[in-house]
Ligand binder design. Structure first.
Ligand SMILES: N[C@@H](CCC(=O)N[C@@H](CS)C(=O)NCC(=O)O)C(=O)O
Length: 350
C-alpha cells in the first residue's frame, strides 16, 4: 500500500512521530547526565567559586569553615548531587577573576554575589540558573556625613571596585542626575574597603547587601555607616554555570527552586523526616517520598530532601546567614516568598 502524502497526512505523521518520541523519552527513566555532572561525580566533589570574604554570603569562620548564603547554595547542590553537603571545595574569587575561572572549567558553579544581566547571560559563554537574591546597588556614607540621599552626592568622591556591574551604573546615575561624582576606583576589594573605612571617600557604592555586610566587618560600630535609600540599579544575584551543559543548568536551577518550594510548603531541615508521612503529594515530592522528580534530572528520588536536610529551606538559609538576627541584619524584603509580599517564586517542583 502506498502512503498518501497530502500535507495534512504529513502533519499527522510528524505529530505522531513526535508524540512517540516524547513517550519514549518519558519511559526512558534517567536522562543523560551532562559533562559537568559526570565530572563532579567522577571527582566526588563539587568545586564552587565563592567570594573571598563577604560576611553572610561567603567567608571562612574562626575554624576556617566556609559559611554564608552563597556557600550554602553550593552545599545544597553537593547534597543533592553527591549525597553530602561536605563534598565541596570552595574557591575564593575576586570580582575580576570569577568569570574566567568558570569559563575555563576550574569550577563547576559560581555562587558569588553575581548579578545576572543581558550582557553576561548572552556573551560570556555562561548561563544564569535562577535568582537566589534580589539585590540593588546602593550607597553607604558615614553617619556623621550630612548626606541622606544619593541625590546629595554632588561633587563628592565615591569609592568603587573594578570588575563588577557597579562602576557603569554609578557613571550612568551620576550623568543622569548631573552629580559630577569623583569615582575613586580600585582593582582590589581590600583597597576599596580600607580607603572608605579610613574616611577617604565620601561614599561607597556596591550592592546594598554587600554594603550591609562590609560595615559589619570593617566598621568599629556598624551603626556609624548609613545606607542611603536610593537603589540605583537592579542587581539580581544568582549562581552561574557554563553555557552548553543544559543538564547541569537544570540541576542547579531546580536545587534553588526546590529550596524555595520547601519553604513555601513548610518543609524544614528539622521536619523533613516527619513529613515523609504527609498526605500532601506536593510535600511528598519535596521530601523524596512521592513521585520521583530526581530521575528527570539524572539524580535520585531524595535529591531535594537531602539538600533541605543539609542546609534548611531557602528561608532557613536566609535567616541563618543574613536575617535580622545575624550581624548583617537584612530584612527579607524582596527575597520574601511571593505569597508573603516578596519576589521569590519557585517554579513548581513536579
Ligand atoms: N553584583 C555585582 C557586584 C559583585 C562584586 O563582585 N562586588 C565586588 C565589590 S563592588 C566584590 O565583591 N569584590 C570582592 C573581591 O573582588 O574580592 C556584580 O556581579 O558585578
Amino acid at each position: 500500500m502506498t502512503a498518501i502524502c497530502t500535507p495534512c497526512a504529513l502533519l499527522r505523521r510528524v505529530r505522531s512521530l513526535a508524540l512517540a518520541g516524547l513517550l519514549a523519552l518519558a519511559a526512558a527513566g534517567p536522562v543523560v547526565a551532562g559533562p559537568t555532572l559526570d565530572a563532579v561525580r567522577a571527582r566526588g566533589q563539587l568545586v564552587c567559586g565563592v567570594n573571598t570574604t563577604l560576611v553572610g554570603f561567603s567567608a571562612p569562620d574562626a575554624q576556617g569553615r566556609w559559611q554564608g548564603f552563597d556557600v550554602d547554595i553550593c552545599r545544597a547542590v553537593a547534597a543533592a548531587v553527591l549525597g553530602s553537603a561536605e563534598k565541596v571545595r570552595f574557591v575564593p574569587l575576586t570580582a575580576p577573576q570569577r568569570f574566567g575561572v568558570l569559563q575555563s572549567g576550574e569550577i563547576d558553579l559560581l555562587s558569588r554575589n553575581t548579578t545576572i544581566t543581558l550582557a553576561r547571560d548572552a556573551s560570556m559563554g555562561l548561563q544564569m540558573t535562577a535568582i537566589a537574591f534580589y539585590d540593588g546597588q546602593g550607597f553607604m556614607v558615614p553617619a556623621t556625613s550630612k548626606v541622606r540621599s544619593a541625590l546629595e552626592l554632588k561633587n563628592k568622591s565615591v569609592c568603587v571596585q573594578q570588575g563588577s556591574t557597579t562602576i557603569r551604573s554609578l557613571t550612568e546615575y551620576a550623568r543622569v542626575h548631573k552629580l559630577n561624582i569623583r569615582q575613586v576606583v580600585f582593582d582590589r576589594f581590600e583597597d576599596a574597603n580600607a580607603t572608605y573605612f579610613a574616611g577617604k571617600c565620601d561614599a561607597y557604592t556596591s550592592d546594598a547587601s554587600q554594603l550591609a555586610s562590609l560595615r559589619v566587618k570593617f566598621a568599629a560600630n556598624p551603626a556609624d555607616h548609613v545606607i542611603l535609600p536610593e537603589v540605583i540599579a537592579k542587581e539580581p544575584l544568582g549562581p552561574l554555570v557554563r553555557r552548553g551543559d543544559d543538564e547541569w543548568v537544570s540541576i542547579v536551577r531546580w536545587v534553588l527552586y526546590g529550596l524555595i518550594e520547601a519553604e513555601e510548603l513548610g518543609v524544614t531541615a528539622a521536619n523533613v523526616e516527619a513529613l515523609q508521612r504527609s498526605a500532601d503529594p506536593t510535600v511528598l515530592r519535596v521530601v523524596g517520598a512521592g513521585e520521583d522528580t530526581g530521575k528527570l534530572l539524572g539524580l535520585d528520588r531524595e535529591w531535594l530532601a537531602r539538600a533541605v536536610r543539609a542546609t534548611g529551606n531557602y528561608g532557613e538559609i536566609f535567616e541563618r546567614n543574613l536575617g535580622p538576627r545575624t550581624p548583617v541584619g537584612l530584612p527579607r524584603g524582596l527575597n520574601n516568598l511571593w505569597n508573603k509580599g516578596g519576589l521569590q517564586y519557585a517554579l513548581p517542583v513536579r
